[in-house]
Design a protein around this ligand. Sequence first.
Ligand SMILES: O=C(O)c1cc(=O)[nH]c(=O)n1[C@@H]1O[C@H](COP(=O)(O)O)[C@@H](O)[C@H]1O
Length: 232
Amino acid sequence: MTGNPVFCAVDTTDLSDACHLARALAPHVGGLKLGLEFWNSHGAPGVAEVMARAPKARLFLDLKLHDIPNTVAGAIRALGNVDFDILTVHAGGGSAMMRAAKAAAPGHAAVVGVTVLTSLDDDDLSAMGVPGGSGAQVARLAALARDSGLDGIVCSPREVADRRADWAAGLFVVPGIRPAGSDIGDQKRVMTPVEARDAGAGILVIGRPITAAPDPAAAAQAIAAVLSARAR
Ligand SMILES: O=C(O)c1cc(=O)[nH]c(=O)n1[C@@H]1O[C@H](COP(=O)(O)O)[C@@H](O)[C@H]1O
């Protein structure tokens, strides 16, 4: 994807806040991400209201679907005329589920597989019985997603460079982005916007460093300025 790589995660249950953010951020981001917090509150009508405030922004609908293939395919078809550009499923749902998701999605939309959440570290994976740490698990799930026909993956900035080497055409959607000095919160595998972009991220997903800033538009503008000043 070309243009500004920053997608702001608009994580709120408040429709009016989301609409204000969309309008204020539109000139400074490439897209908006609406996820479960917003979707469970407002559904498709809310998505349409928000995106009407940012008509040029792309929509990343982050539903992180994870179920049997028939259910995931039905859930995607039930999105009807929600005009999303990117949709998430969990790569851990397996190959048949990812194939069914891709087949059910509109042809122009990218379906990407969430690998290892950026809020997890190697100790968390070990506690779940996953061997080899996050790098190895992301590698396994990225290969599965690629071989199952998905358009790309969601992973942390730490894994992007290695995975891009195996999948040049893949779309790498990367949360766990923190401008230098900002609060990490519940994220564990993070890098700065420039580091993530230079590692090969196609989309930089940034939420609270923008939305919790005193002036979200200024925060988004500052991130865009740093990225263009330090262009690859
Ligand atoms: O799929 C995602 O977007 C996602 C995957 C992941 O591994 N980690 C992750 O943080 N996200 C999302 O990216 C956003 C990050 O928000 P901040 O931590 O506020 O920047 C949230 O909306 C998360 O739901």
